[in-house]
Structure formats: structure tokens, C-alpha cells
Design a protein around this ligand. Structure first.
Ligand code: TYD
Length: 143
């Protein structure tokens, strides 16, 4: 279930609070494309063993839709739609953030135990990346 009306996020970004199915054995969170994930899932990748002080991301995508969840530990997600720059802690395995196309994003302050899972709607394509912030700003100002 998404948390609508979250004022600290750029337009079209959404925080997701997933259902945690817990019992005496532990907890389980299920992610399903076109269900509690707002796109069809074609790819998953995850970041682990991020060295202390290292930040990652620093790009936007032309088309790619992604959803990020810290399944272990935490990190700070910075998102920037070219107008609004916001930050959010991903610090629970049942909390996700939707990263739409054309939103610059950076991940900072990874805990040593952080496992950041990212679901994506397309295969990896370097041509879909915008890695230069000035270029990103120029593109979003055209809209
Ligand atoms: P990179 O895009 O630099 O990570 P980030 O910008 O999020 O810190 O990706 C690191 C390397 O992994 C780079 O060589 C591209 C490769 N890669 C894949 O092969 N497949 C993928 O799905 C992703 C996300 C990256």
C-alpha cells in the first residue's frame, strides 16, 4: 500500500509500506509486479558490502522505473526531480521507495549491514542513464 500525499517526496515518487507477514518463525514481505509494485518486474539487483563513507547512484533514468527496499540495514535516499530535493531513510524491510523516470537519485550513509534491493521494469541499459547533473537539469527544464 502506498503512502499517498507524502509532502516530502517529489511528484510521482511514492513511499510504500508493505505488508509484513510475521509469525513466530519471523517475518516475510512479498513483492509482486503490477500489484504492490507499480510496474512489471524484469530485473532485480542489490547492493551489499558498501564501504563506509561511500555514496552511490548519482544519476537519473530516461525511462526506467525502479523500487528500492533496504531488506537489511539502512541507507539515506536523496531524490531530486529538478525542482524539489528530498531525502528519506530506507530503514526497514517493509518500506520501499518508488524511483520514477527523470528523478535524480543518490544513496548515502549505508550501514555496514545494508542490503539495498532494487526492482526494475527493464533490463540494464547504460543508454538510459543520465549521469551528468547539469544535463539532467537541462532536460527537466524542457518539460
Ligand atoms: P553503477 O551504475 O555504477 O552503480 P550505481 O551508479 O548505482 O552506484 O553500476 C555498477 C556496475 O554494475 C556497472 O559496471 C554497471 C553494472 N550493472 C549491471 O551490470 N547491471 C545492473 O543491473 C546494474 C544496476 C549495474
Amino acid at each position: 500500500m502506498s503512502v499517498f500525499g507524502t509532502p516530502s517526496l517529489p511528484p510521482h515518487s511514492e513511499l510504500f509500506q508493505f505488508v509484513r507477514k510475521g509469525d513466530e518463525r519471523g517475518s516475510l514481505v512479498a513483492l509482486q509486479g503490477h500489484d504492490n509494485v507499480p510496474f512489471g518486474i524484469q530485473r532485480a539487483y542489490y547492493l551489499t558490502d558498501t564501504k563506509p563513507g561511500v555514496s552511490r547512484g548519482f544519476h537519473a533514468h530516461h525511462q526506467l522505473k525502479q523500487l528500492a527496499v533496504c531488506v537489511s540495514g539502512r541507507c539515506r535516499m536523496l531524490m531530486d526531480d529538478g525542482v524539489t530535493r528530498t531525502e528519506h531513510w530506507l530503514d526497514a524491510a517493509d518500506k520501499g521507495i518508488y524511483i520514477p523516470p527523470m528523478v535524480w537519485h543518490e544513496m548515502h550513509d549505508f550501514s555496514v549491514d545494508c542490503v539495498l534491493l532494487v526492482l526494475a521494469d527493464s533490463y540494464y541499459d547504460e543508454n538510459d542513464y543520465i549521469r551528468d547533473y547539469a544535463h539532467f537539469k537541462a532536460l527537466v527544464q524542457k518539460f
